[in-house]
Design a protein around this ligand. Sequence first.
Ligand SMILES: O=C1O[C@H](COP(=O)(O)O)[C@@H](O)[C@H](O)[C@H]1O
Length: 231
Amino acid sequence: MAAPSSIHAFEDGHALAASLAVRIAEDLRAAIEARGEASIAVSGGSTPKRLFERLSHETLDWSRVTVTLVDERWVPDTDERSNARMVEALLLRHNAADAEFVPLYVEAATPEAGIGEVRARVAAMRLPLDVVVLGMGPDGHTASFFPGGDRLAEALDIANTAQVVPMRAPGAGEPRITFTLPVLLQARSLYLHIEGPDKRVVLEQAEQAGSPLPIASVLRRAQHLEIYWCP
Ligand SMILES: O=C1O[C@H](COP(=O)(O)O)[C@@H](O)[C@H](O)[C@H]1O
């Protein structure tokens, strides 16, 4: 692997979530101290649930924090598949209820039709993001960088100036929208949160030279990546 990365292994998901929540809260407090505000982009899927629960109890000035997602499924937040729905249900409550949320879904039939509005939302955010927490699917996708994605090359292009792009892929279910790799890599703190032995195997495959797995692009390009894992 070309990029420096650190792996933090925990005995279970509870210990991992407790530790990562403390770490993220430190990052957010430091950003508020330095710039008066903080931003975080989190992943969807099932893995971050415990993390969101722990993070929502962290004590910091959440009214100065903007929360968004690294990617979204093109469904409204009334849909069980919505990543925003999970963030709203598990993260934006308790102490974190005061945070501002910037969803990546807008009311449009397709991500291609809604991309202009989403880009305007994202343009209103101060970049770089302070914290990005990536996940990874068993197929090696991260954010919505799916194997076989119709815009995968565009999304992974380090020279791409677009901040978000639509994405469709055989393994993605519904159409998606995703932050591009350059935006995610610019984060001041970049984490990868994965759980389970199968995902550790996928990670090891991605670490092999020339791996075509989308997560391998993150491993190769990240200036510094903190990997949080438990069996
Ligand atoms: O669809 C998605 O999947 C990945 C991984 O999800 P998990 O359920 O295996 O934890 C997630 O990182 C991504 O944000 C999400 O849109």
